[in-house]
Ligand binder design. Structure first.
Ligand SMILES: NC(=O)c1ccc[n+]([C@@H]2O[C@H](COP(=O)([O-])OP(=O)(O)OC[C@H]3O[C@@H](n4cnc5c(N)ncnc54)[C@H](O)[C@@H]3O)[C@@H](O)[C@H]2O)c1
Length: 261
């Protein structure tokens, strides 16, 4: 029997790493409830998941709104009978320093990137406890360890995700719930494409930008969403039964050195 047979997974985000993770878990037998704010991406994900999991739910929701997350968890439990896995991948990536980021943008980054993890835990953990345990994986970033310039809000949220991961791990270990985070370097997804196009959304050569980003990683390339999904799948599986409260970097060696050649 596959590791995810009879498992129910709630995933936030419907593109990039979330989509690759949904595919990976669904192909291994998990029932998926995905939550995203981008309706076009949600429809595309649903169409794809239905080819191997006819019951998959992809909900049009804003994961920073408490009632919407509560209803998403309830819908998943009603449809599939419980909840075993949460993968928090949704995020926004505003640019700005402390002086150029307005209060609304700052708060939006905090509520989407960090608040949504609190909300899926708040509403999801009681359901996981009813099943006797489960696994949560939060997608953080290398920017939670060492950050670039001009991403003050984004980088701060990623550090907060590392801390929230440890806190949840300690509080729910006795309930059989393991909580870990992954910290990717540059991964080929829509968020990185936006970074390649720059703050002003230019029509820059995206592949050339990816080569430049890749060259900064000791392995000499950017990563693929499927590589991150594989690590997430491992952390969600029973093979990772002794892993909790930790962060797992998947960054091609980016944070191993001090960046001087
Ligand atoms: N791609 C990279 O280079 C990289 C590097 C480090 C960390 N990450 C992290 O990986 C995670 C996934 O990002 P990705 O790379 O797959 O990019 P992505 O843009 O494809 O994924 C982000 C997803 O979040 C969704 N989203 C945004 N706001 C939302 C909201 N309010 N409610 C519901 N959904 C919302 C978007 O619609 C999108 O599907 C993010 O947490 C990101 O910070 C990505």
């Amino acid at each position: 029997m596959s590791d995810f047979e009879n498992k129910v997974a709630l995933i936030t985000g419907t593109t990039g790493i979330a989509l690759a993770t949904a595919r990976r878990l669904a192909q291994a037998g998990a029932a998926i409830i995905a939550c995203g704010i981008d309706r076009a991406a949600n429809s595309a994900m649903k169409a794809e998941l239905e080819s191997f999991e006819p019951g998959a739910r992809v909900l049009d929701i804003d994961v920073s709104v408490a009632d919407q997350v509560r209803d998403a968890v309830a819908a998943g439990v009603e449809r599939f009978g419980g909840l075993d896995i949460i993968v928090n991948s949704a995020a926004v990536h505003p640019y700005g320093t402390a002086t150029t980021t307005d209060w609304e943008t700052w708060n939006r980054a905090m509520t989407v990137n960090v608040g949504s993890i609190y909300l899926t835990a708040h509403f999801g953990i009681p359901e996981m406890i009813k099943r006797g345990g489960g696994a949560i994986v939060n997608v953080a970033s290398v920017q939670g360890f060492a950050c670039q310039q001009n991403v003050a809000a984004y980088a701060t949220t990623k550090g907060a995700i590392h801390t929230l991961t440890r806190s949840l791990a300690l509080d729910y270990a006795a309930s059989g719930i393991r909580v870990n985070s992954v910290s990717p370097g540059s991964i080929r997804t829509p968020i990185l494409e936006k970074a390649a196009r720059g703050e002003n959304g230019s029509d820059a050569d995206v592949e050339e930008a990816y080569r430049r980003f890749g060259a900064a990683h000791p392995l000499g390339r950017i990563g693929e969403p499927e590589e991150v999904a594989e690590l997430i799948a491992f952390l969600c599986s029973s093979k990772a039964g002794f892993c909790t409260g930790a962060d797992y970097k998947i960054d091609g060696g980016l944070t191993a050195g001090i960046g001087v050649k």
